[in-house]
Design a protein around this ligand. Structure first.
Ligand code: KG4
Ligand code: ZN
Length: 348
């Protein structure tokens, strides 16, 4: 079965072809440089960029695979959650293709697709505990099968990735700054007393990262020399040196530690509640974070469950995960009519 995947939920435009559960080809265009100028994703610009780039990526994918749209068995598209205007570009494109070729359409939940993506490279073991940590979401799920997700916990305010990006912004590091906080933090030792592990002294499985962000903001306000003089992107961060780099590394390591420990506490709590699961799946952009990866490896081994972590490239938004989830859904007999709607928030 040949499945096309289309991803336009936020600031990456991506397409991929998955045949019988294996990735055959993919194309991805990131808009990061455009949005970095504004310090965050500007929804209207994101939609326009998707509209400009998506047809070209699709043509390139078809040219590389030697296929025509009519050769596909399903057209899978991320239907949400995400930015409505951006989702509509992908969903409308998918509908147009489906209408003109008769190939069935299948709408995919972007968050579930993140968690299923590692199935492209290894067998997924169900039931699983799923931790989805991205720029817009921090969710834990009991995943009974590729099509049965029970939401256990969610963020009450900022998502984990959002907290990373806001801390980066406070330091004058370009959007999305999570990967730079990760990189700098890896060079330093965390001070485990510097920042709190937010919203853990309760019985809740929910998350709240806004208090952590405030604690970091207070620390930076008290140490203004930590803030970089000019907005720093990859080149400028790489070029930092001396005591300032060391001090920044310690703050970033401490922040990485607080986030990773908070995730650990909540995941351990969720594991204790759901009873026996066979694996822990961690996905989404923040799953690329080295301290989160290391910490989750410890959680899984202590719990005696298999850890499934996508490679860093598969953690952030991509078309392969949509095509793969679309393949799983199609295999189970799911498809959508041309009434398929984009769903910006909530469960889809
Ligand atoms: O899953 P994703 O690509 O997009 C959404 O669906 O939101 O996640 C993007 C988020 C951003 O907040 C970005 O800063 C964060 O993931 N991120 C990281 C790392 N790489 C990406 N956060 C921490 N450490 C990283 N290495
Ligand atoms: Zn995502």
């Amino acid at each position: 079965m040949r499945i096309l995947g289309i991803e336009t939920s936020c600031d990456e435009t991506a397409v991929a072809l998955v045949t019988d559960g294996r990735l055959v080809a993919e194309r991805l265009a990131t808009q990061i440089d455009v949005h970095a100028l504004f310090g965050g994703v500007v929804p209207e610009i994101a939609s326009r960029e998707h509209l400009r780039v998506l047809p070209r990526l699709f043509d390139e994918l078809m040219a590389e695979t030697g296929l025509r749209a009519g050769d596909l068995d399903a057209i899978a598209v991320a239907r949400g959650p995400g930015l409505l205007g951006s989702l509509l570009v992908g969903v409308s494109f998918a509908k147009g293709l489906s209408l003109s070729t008769g190939v069935p359409l299948v709408g995919v939940n972007h968050l579930w697709a993140h968690l299923l993506a590692p199935g492209l490279v290894e067998e997924l073991l169900f039931p699983a505990l799923g931790l989805l940590v991205s720029g817009g979401h921090t969710h834990t799920y009991l995943v009974r099968s590729p099509v049965e997700f029970e939401l256990l916990g969610r963020t009450l305010d900022d998502a984990a990735g959002e907290a990373f990006d806001k801390v980066a912004k406070l330091l004058n590091i370009a959007y999305p700054g999570g990967r730079f906080i990760d990189m700098l933090g890896a060079e330093g030792e965390p001070d485990t007393t510097l920042f709190p592990r937010p919203y853990v002294d309760n019985q809740s499985l929910d998350f709240s990262f806004s208090g952590l962000k405030t604690a970091v903001a207070k620390h930076i306000a008290a140490h203004p020399d930590l803030v970089l003089d000019e907005l720093a992107g990859a080149k400028e961060v790489a070029g930092l040196s001396g005591p300032r780099r060391e001090r920044l590394a310690r703050v970033c390591a401490s922040f990485n530690w607080s986030v990773a420990q908070t995730l650990k506490i909540k995941v351990e709590r969720a594991l204790a509640r759901v009873g026996a699961v066979r694996s822990l799946i961690v996905a989404g952009g923040v799953a690329a974070n080295s301290m989160v990866r290391e910490t989750m490896a410890g959680v899984a081994s202590a719990a005696g469950v298999r850890l499934t972590l996508p490679s860093p490239g598969l953690c952030t938004d991509n078309g392969a995960m949509i095509a793969y989830a679309g393949w799983l859904l199609t295999r189970e007999g799911y498809s959508h009519s041309l009434d398929l709607e984009a769903v910006p928030r909530g469960h889809v």
